[in-house]
Design a protein around this ligand. Structure first.
Ligand SMILES: [Zn+2]
Length: 146
């Protein structure tokens, strides 16, 4: 017998708390927040780096204590980087081979390192912008410490 049942059938999922309209941390305007994200700084204060290492966001800002690690921005930045990178590489590939003289080995030697470069370098500012937008929209995971 499933214990997640009541007399009307299975218990439906319910949100534990109501979404709050007021942000739990102070945020600047959209332009400032996105600029700080592009510069990979904390979108809230801009005084510290938002990154703990090359890829990961800090759990909390050391300057203003904004909960950067509670923003669920793990999946969107790599996806956006792939979409943008595919567009850039696609255009570059078509333009470089428009006369049909580009050897496939040459194109592999050019475009595979270029694709790796895009993922390693372009993903950080994209992640910063996604972090800023999600913080502006108050999209922060529910914490259980208070
Ligand atoms: Zn901060």
């Amino acid at each position: 017998m499933n214990d997640r049942m009541n007399d009307r059938g299975p218990v439906r999922w319910q949100r534990k708390t109501q979404p709050t309209a007021t942000p739990i941390f102070t945020m600047p305007g959209w332009g400032t927040a996105i600029r700080r994200g592009l510069l990979m700084r904390c979108p809230s204060c801009g005084k510290a780096s938002a990154f703990a290492n090359w890829f990961n966001i800090r759990p909390r800002c050391p300057s203003c204590d904004a909960p950067l690690g509670d923003v669920p921005c793990e999946s969107l930045p790599p996806y956006l980087t792939i979409v943008i990178g595919l567009a850039i590489i696609g255009i570059a590939l078509i333009l470089s081979d428009r006369h049909g003289h580009l050897d496939y080995r040459t194109s592999l030697l050019i475009f595979i390192p270029f694709a790796i470069f895009l993922q390693l370098v372009v993903q950080r500012p994209i992640k910063g912008v996604v972090l800023a937008v999600m913080m502006k929209l108050n999209m922060v995971r529910e914490t259980h410490d208070g």
